[in-house]
Design a protein around this ligand. Sequence first.
Ligand SMILES: *Cc1c(COP(=O)(O)O)cnc(C)c1O
Length: 367
Amino acid sequence: MISLAAPILGESEKQALSAVIDSGWLTMGNQVKDFETAFAEMHQVSEAVAVSSCTAGLHLSLAALGVGDGDEVLVPSLTFVATVNAILYVGATPVFVDIESVERPHISLEDAKNKVTAKTKAVIVMHYAGYLIDNLIDWRTFVDANKLFLVEDAAHAPGIETVGQIADAAAFSFFSNKNMTTAEGGMVIARQPAILEKIRALRSHGMTTSTLDRDKGHAYSYDVTMLGYNYRIDELRAAIGICQLSQLKKWNNKRRQLTAIYRKLFTESNITIPFKDHKITAAHLLPILLPENIDRTQVMKQLRTAGIQSSIHYPPVHHFSYYQKHFPGVKLSKTENFYKHIITLPLYPDLNQSNIETIVKSVNSCV
Ligand SMILES: *Cc1c(COP(=O)(O)O)cnc(C)c1O
């Protein structure tokens, strides 16, 4: 069986976990601090805040920026549901924006311009499949002109230096099928130190000091200055994260190489891979577009029979029954068209050339 994604975990993670267990300090200690420092360095920012998930990171980003009741947030529907759920958590209303095109399935700036209103407070963009949105400067101009905040859902793009530099906040995911993992976990970076400080406080009940500070004798008590949450990450996960981070750039490189092999092997067929010639990518996913007349379910069944796992990224969020019930009547023709014809094929650093040859052959035989 060739699976869709596979984390790489080994001796160094086991040793790091043992060391945490032996230390007796299980949460929000030096591992978390070191993980944050290493992550910030890699992304060329001075600080980062580790959280329990990317979902938590998106929630806290919106909360810290003051997005809430009565506000509208522009968001792609072609994303994981967490991106949109975070908008609902703060009491704001998602306004779904179409993609640019099936060849460039990023959130469309042109459609966003049509949907901005006096109530719009923020935009969340998402680096679909790891391909960095390459018109972020134009997005910044747009948000500045309309006095909005820009948030990046960077779940697919850790390890890319330029990620999160133009946005007001960016959130990353370390869920088990992402480019690096802590099993569950996430990270947030933000342009303004004050916003990041607020995110740091919101992560732990809005408390003014941490358990570690009090343990070290740096503080005797604490105050609670805002309504916060428990979105902390523990030492075990952070220790795994430090190991994984040291491999991330190598793994991203491998993902790009494997993507190039897929692209080459598919050139002779009538399969399209979005983002042809795109410059910067963390190569998180390998989505392909099937020809219009092909029955996708049939292809996925045949792949399964051949021992190849496939998936769909993503069923548009506005199609889910919860969203249809609360936000009916959404029509996004390009997103819907893209969704109808995509399949995601296996992509992870341990995949090899002969696996890809098998996969491409199987897909070609279906179409
Ligand atoms: C995985 C993912 C998330 C959620 O990440 P968690 O860490 O599981 O909360 C959010 N957005 C996108 C685009 C994702 O792929």
